[in-house]
Structure formats: structure tokens, C-alpha cells
Design a protein around this ligand. Structure first.
Ligand code: NZQ
Ligand code: ZN
Length: 388
């Protein structure tokens, strides 16, 4: 197992009605909040009203940045920074999913930087003081509620860049599973695929004996498989929503990658798909993942696939190693189909392969050469072609 430092300071309020604490939490760290939210779902399902009620009760002033898109744009970040400065906000409250939270993180990190926030995204060393963040999560997927990452798109340059900085990790996160009961079946399924992908990015590598992490990861995967379909078929299933919500946080809050770190692969590839075609993150991942798994399966890693097949999918361990490995990949792919996630890039509207070369080139710059199973540009092109 590799050496590691583990520190996740986010304080989580989990469960029904936990929003009642948001006023007192906000009052403990600020006076005027910037509320950040997306296309309006929080107004339809009552979450907006619930937050406002508590802020008013605790006399927290607020102003708003609405309309943050899925795959959040740098233009929204710029708008948020301008509002924060003008209105002298000292606290940010994103209410939504990964897109809204990520946008809030980069606003928080850019308010005290005099240049363009895109510079901060590309070079986190420019970050100085960061505004504190309290998230109200409304969809189980990215884990942004408990990590120090944000992903921002720049439509002018077709870039979707990952930004990491320890200071943007949320101070508090409110995780009420009932808030996710209005998420559509499509977005629920995409979220499940995203959570599973965060585990796969860590799981399929070898860093010595990481038995404990592997057990955690297999538990998260079994949780996604058990409750993902339940949440898709019955949106009001509280237990399914609660288990998925907690799985979302633990898949990416750093715990599973302790002692098993290393470059991610499917995310840099998917981020290029999103950058060029603005697709739903979890859907892009679900399409790529099985093809990546088949591509990297070899003698060096087949035993990890066997472990996955036996421990996660319950495949008979007496089968031959490659039989188990291939069956496990088939089952992964079939599960995504059961969740009704599209199976090919063509199905999500990508009409031709004209961008694959440039996408592959940019994905490789995301560190794929340093992955456990390194990929070069032509490898990525082949995976994209297989997924087409
Ligand atoms: O905009 P609204 O109206 O809120 O609708 C959203 C949006 O259309 C809707 N939604 C969310 N909660 C809802 C709801 N609809 C009804 N009821 C609710 N309770 O769902 C749609 C998708 O929302 P979004 O925030 O985009 O989803 P997600 O959480 O999957 O975030 C995706 C973004 O996060 C990035 C992705 O690349 C993508 O840009 N990621 C961030 C990561 C991180 N910070 O650690 C890691 C991830 O791997 C990922 O890259
Ligand atoms: Zn992801």
C-alpha cells in the first residue's frame, strides 16, 4: 500500500430535514451568502423555499446566481465572481448537483484573484483566500459535496478542465436524500454510473496489498448495483436514495484512493466528449467504461477483474480467469443498459468520428500516460471508435 495523508474536513448533515441547520451554520461563518443554483428544479420541488426560510430565520442576507448549466461554464463563474464582489458576499451556498457546486467552488476561489477565473482553473496556484462553502446537494453523482475538485467548461475553446484545490472543499454539506426523489430516471442512472466510475478509476490498478480499500470499493459498487435500479424504477424509495447519496460522497472523498492513488483514465476521456458534445457526464462514462475495461484487460490485471467479478457480481470463482473477467465486464455493461443508459456515442447524438483525434490528443494531456495501464493517443482513439 502506498503512503498517504487523509484529511476530509467537510461536516456532513445527513438525512430528512437537515436543512433546518443551514441558517445557524451560515451564521457561524458569514453574513451575506451568494446562492448558486441551476435551471430551476429547486424552485419546483420546494428546496429553494426551504433554504430561504432558514436563512431568513437566522438573518442571513443573500443574493443569487441562477441558471448554472450542467457542465458549468466559465461564464457563470465570471458572473458569480462579479456578484460576490459587488454585493460583498462572504459565503457561498450552492443548491444543486455537481455542476452547481463546482461552479460555486471556482467562484469561491476566484473572488480574491484580480485576473480572469479561467486562469485560476488552469493554474490553481493562483488561489489565495477562498470564500467558505455550504452545499445543499440535490442529486447523488459527483461527490463534489465532499471533495476538493471542480470541473469547468470553456465553450470558446472546447475545453473542460479539472480544478483541484484543498481550500475549496465544502465546509458543510447538507445531504437530504428526499431532495433527490425528484431527479429524473435518466439523471439518476447517470449519477449511479458516475459513482461507479469513480470507484473503477481507483479499483483497476495494483499498488500492493490494498485489501481494505478494495473491500470498501466493492461495497460501494454493490450498493450502486442494488439501489441504482431501485431508485430508477421507484423514485420515492428513500432507502435507495439515501444509500446512493452516501455512496456518492464516499466514492470520491479520498478514502478509497488512500494507498491506491494514480492517474484516472475514463474521466479525462469523458471530459473531452462533454467538452465537444455537451453530454451528461455519467452517460458518457457509462458508454466508455466497458470498452476501456476490455482494452486494458491483460495478464497483469486479470486477477483484479476476477476479484471484481467474484466479489461484486457473484460470478462462480471456479471459472477460468478470463471467463470471469469478461463476464464481469459484460455484466457491468448490461447493468448500464438495465438503467436505460444509451449504449453508444452515436445514440447520444455524436454523428461522426471527426473529432476523435483531437479529443484523444487532449485527453492524453490529462495524464493518461501515467495511468496504471498507460494509454496514448491512438489507444484513446480506438476506445472512442469501439464506443461509437
Ligand atoms: O439545473 P437544475 O434545474 O437543477 O437540473 C439539474 C440538471 O438538469 C437536474 N437536477 C439536479 N437535482 C435535481 C435535478 N432535477 C430534479 N430534481 C433534483 N433534485 O439534474 C441535471 C444534472 O445536474 P448536474 O449538476 O449537472 O449533475 P451532476 O451532479 O451529475 O454534475 C455533473 C458535473 O459535475 C462534474 C461533471 O463533469 C459535470 O460537469 N464532475 C464533478 C466532479 C467533482 N467535482 O468532483 C467529479 C465528477 O467526476 C465530474 O467530472
Ligand atoms: Zn465523474
Amino acid at each position: 500500500m502506498q503512503n498517504f495523508v487523509y484529511h476530509v474536513p467537510t461536516i456532513v448533515y445527513f438525512g430528512k430535514g437537515q436543512v433546518e441547520h443551514i441558517g445557524e451554520l451560515a451564521a457561524s461563518i458569514g453574513r451575506k451568502a451568494l446562492l448558486v443554483y441551476g435551471g430551476g428544479s429547486i424552485k419546483q420541488n420546494g428546496i429553494y423555499d426551504a433554504v430561504i426560510k432558514q436563512l431568513k430565520k437566522c438573518k442571513i442576507a443573500y443574493t443569487e446566481l441562477a441558471g448554472v448549466d450542467p457542465n458549468p461554464r466559465i461564464t457563470s463563474v465570471r458572473a458569480g465572481v462579479a456578484i460576490c464582489r459587488e454585493e460583498k458576499c462572504d459565503l457561498i451556498i450552492p443548491i444543486g448537483g455537481g455542476s452547481v457546486i463546482d461552479c460555486a467552488k471556482v467562484i469561491a476561489a476566484s473572488v480574491n484573484y484580480s485576473g480572469d477565473p479561467w486562469d485560476v482553473v488552469l493554474d490553481p496556484s493562483k488561489v489565495t483566500d477562498v470564500l467558505p462553502i455550504i452545499t445543499v446537494l440535490t442529486i447523488a453523482a459527483t461527490g463534489s459535496e465532499m471533495d476538493y475538485c471542480a470541473v469547468i467548461s470553456n465553450l470558446e475553446t472546447n475545453d473542460k478542465a479539472e480544478f483541484d484545490h484543498v481550500k475549496v472543499i465544502p465546509k458543510y454539506s447538507i445531504l437530504d436524500p428526499t431532495y433527490t426523489q425528484t431527479v429524473s430516471a435518466y439523471q439518476t442512472a447517470a449519477g449511479v454510473a458516475d459513482i461507479m466510475s469513480h470507484v473503477f478509476e481507483v479499483y483497476f490498478k495494483k499498488c500492493g496489498d490494498t485489501y481494505i480499500q478494495d473491500q470498501f470499493m466493492e461495497g460501494i459498487l454493490r450498493t450502486c448495483i442494488r439501489y441504482g435500479i431501485r431508485a430508477v424504477e421507484n423514485p420515492d424509495d428513500y432507502d435507495a436514495r439515501a444509500n446512493l447519496m452516501w455512496a456518492s460522497s464516499w466514492a470520491i472523498n479520498g478514502m478509497i484512493s488512500c494507498g491506491k492513488s494514480g492517474a484516472w483514465v475514463c474521466h479525462p476521456i469523458e471530459h473531452e466528449i462533454s467538452a465537444y458534445y455537451d453530454v451528461t457526464h455519467g452517460v458518457g462514462l457509462a458508454i466508455i467504461l466497458p470498452h476501456w475495461m476490455r482494452y486494458i484487460l491483460d495478464d497483469a490485471i486479470v486477477d483484479v477483474f476476477v476479484q471484481y467479478g467474484v466479489n461484486v457480481w457473484g460470478i462462480d470463482s471456479s471459472f477460468l480467469p478470463y471467463e470471469i473477467a469478461n463476464l464481469a465486464i459484460d455484466k457491468t455493461e448490461a447493468y448500464f443498459r438495465q438503467l436505460k443508459i444509451p449504449a453508444t456515442l452515436r445514440e447520444i447524438g455524436i454523428k461522426d468520428q471527426s473529432m476523435f483525434e483531437i479529443m484523444a490528443e487532449k485527453a492524453v494531456r490529462g495524464g493518461l500516460a501515467k495511468a496504471y495501464h498507460p494509454l496514448d493517443k491512438q489507444d484513446v482513439v480506438k476506445i472512442l471508435e469501439a464506443a461509437f
